[in-house]
Design a protein around this ligand. Structure first.
Ligand code: SF4
Ligand code: SF4
Length: 541
């Protein structure tokens, strides 16, 4: 189902009020309504990854065929995680239910369902913790906020932990720094112990184990795809760019999300990288084995994060590079910044990243040895190393969506804006409380970007769509730039639904349009093959 096929019009979708239901929230009840949940994972993928309890089941079925000792499994899983992850224990204990996070989640804003308030989402798990892991709960039960673990509770966990995109917007507003995304991750880990997973979160992980990337693309097809883009670039610019793959002894290993060599508009951004590196004469390499920067393990369990992430350092070691550069991806950067170094590092065999073009030391990548492409490109621009003609993007009126993970997990806020302002002449910000650290999610991350979940995506996408509509009406914005491959897929139906007429782009697609390459032919078309033209407008940069 696409957003076009959703038979609820945007104005109808918002016909609800925020009045709390009469029913006590502690009584679990979930109706798995088409459009608001994700299908279960195929047992072959659960089995392939060596995960427990593979079986055929679907959320709409009454009997989820839970293993006989399912309660013990959950209790043991909680006990284990409470002892292993201090953050989990702390987040279970310290919420004072102040409500500061309550209206900050896009899924609550777009659905009015109180269990989509971050505080209540966390309470779904916390109530069981209180009941069975605290003295007060063991004695006082419900009076102490405790709740018995039942199959209905498990169903509720499944529904609401797969209605959280782990975007961490709520945590920005919590005075105690409680990160509901971490609680969702724990909830999903516990569900996984019972064989309760969703297709779009787990299948990419299985694919990645088989072929090195989420989409299951084989190494030779990866190479073919890049060669295809090499030809496209030659058609547009007259220049045949270098295409180093698995090159031992290169200075830099470059890793991207597979979405960028699989589908438009990511492909245009990918061509942008290729053109940029060729123009610089960069001694770099792609890897046909570490052909995925993204990490859907993040949407399942810490164990899977670690397993998927390991190949990046392993490839860097095998190829003997000095450091790693990463493309425009969202959750890849959360994994790199928050987990990679401790899970699979330290990568002492690599050097502290230094730009071979400008000599800039990327201090913030000292430990991970991995630099974000917008840090790299903005540094090039700051040091006047690129010839850019922003007027080639004059038909575009651009705004920027801060992708949740680069914004909140690593603070990449200025670099993409700096790059954009140097490659386009018409740039407009969305309202302040919807960007930067407070950015609203695309509502399709964390494995929820499936067609069957389209209604929930559009509900959760409302705050972002509303802000987009605002700049569309005020400034005629027609292009939404972002630095995340999931966004480049999920923002398309979101924009079609909430702000029709706005197209989605990666930042390096716009760099590629503006980049004046040595020896290039006169450009007639942009990276999409559309005629380059100019549009009257303000120089409002
Ligand atoms: S992490 Fe994001 S999706 Fe999850 S509860 Fe918080 S705001 Fe909502
Ligand atoms: S803002 Fe923090 S302390 Fe307050 S209710 Fe939300 S999670 Fe609990």
């Amino acid at each position: 189902m696409s957003s076009d096929e959703l038979d609820i019009k945007p104005e109808e979708l918002l016909e609800f009020d925020y009045d709390p239901p009469k029913k006590d929230w502690m009584d679990p009840s979930v109706a798995f309504r088409m459009g608001t949940y994700c299908y279960s994972s195929a047992p072959k993928n659960v089995e392939y990854l060596g995960m427990p309890n593979p079986r055929e089941w679907q959320p709409t079925e009454k009997d989820w065929k839970l293993p006989e000792n399912w309660k013990e499994i959950i209790y043991e899983g909680m006990r284990d995680r409470l002892s292993k992850y201090r953050s989990f224990q702390v987040f279970m204990d310290i919420c004072v239910r102040c409500g500061a996070c309550a209206d900050k989640c896009h899924f609550f804003i777009g659905s009015g369902d109180p269990k989509n308030m971050p505080v209540l989402r966390a309470e779904l798990l916390r109530s069981v913790y209180r009941n069975d892991f605290t003295a007060a709960g063991k004695v006082l039960g419900k009076l102490a906020g405790g709740r018995e673990l039942t199959e209905e509770v498990i169903k509720e966990w499944f529904y609401y932990f797969y209605q959280c995109t782990e975007c961490r917007r709520c945590s920005v507003f919590c005075p105690y720094g409680i990160d509901t995304a971490e609680i969702t991750m724990m909830g999903r880990e516990l569900l996984n112990l019972l064989g309760l997973n969703i297709t779009w979160a787990l299948e990419p992980v299985a694919n990645c184990h088989r072929t090195g990337n989420h989409l299951g693309i084989q190494p030779h097809t990866f190479k073919d795809s890049l060669e295809f883009f090499q030809e496209d670039i030659e058609d547009i610019t007259g220049i045949k760019v270098d295409l180093p793959i698995n090159k031992k002894g290169a200075d830099i290993l470059f890793v991207v999300p597979s979405g960028d060599y699989f589908a438009d508009p990511g492909t245009f951004t990918l061509m942008g990288y290729m053109m940029l590196f060729h123009e610089l004469g960069l001694n770099y390499t792609w890897s046909a084995y570490a052909s995925e920067g993204g990490n859907f393990g993040l949407f399942n369990s810490h164990e899977l994060i670690k397993r998927l992430n390991a190949k990046i350092y392993l490839e860097a070691k095998r190829l003997g590079v000095k450091w790693i550069l990463g493309g425009e991806c969202g959750h890849m950067w959360r994994v790199v910044n928050q987990y990679m170094d401790t899970m699979n590092g330290p990568a002492d065999f690599l050097e502290e990243p230094v730009s071979p073009i400008t000599g800039t030391k990327f201090e913030n990548a000292k430990s991970t040895k991995m630099v974000h492409i917008t840090e790299f490109t903005s540094d090039l621009i700051r040091n006047n190393k690129l010839k850019l003609d922003p007027s080639r993007n004059d038909n575009l009126r651009v705004t920027f969506h801060d992708s949740c993970n680069p914004a909140r997990a690593m603070g990449i806020l200025e670099e993409p804006r700096y790059v954009l302002k140097n490659v386009v002449n018409h740039f407009y910000e969305m309202p302040e409380n919807t960007i930067r650290e407070q950015t609203y999610c695309c509502a399709g991350g964390a494995g929820l970007g499936t067609d069957e979940n389209m209604e929930m995506r559009m509900r959760g996408g409302f705050p972002r769509g509303n802000a987009l509509r605002h700049v569309q009406e005020k400034h005629d914005v027609n292009r939404l730039a972002c630095i995340c491959a999931i966004d480049r897929a999920t923002l398309i139906p979101l924009a079609d639904y909430w702000a029709p007429g706005v197209e989605v782009t990666g930042v390096h697609e716009l760099v590629a349009n503006a980049l004046v390459m040595k020896g290039e032919k006169e450009r007639e078309v942009d990276m999409r093959g559309e005629p380059l033209n100019e549009m009257e407008g303000d120089e409002d940069v």
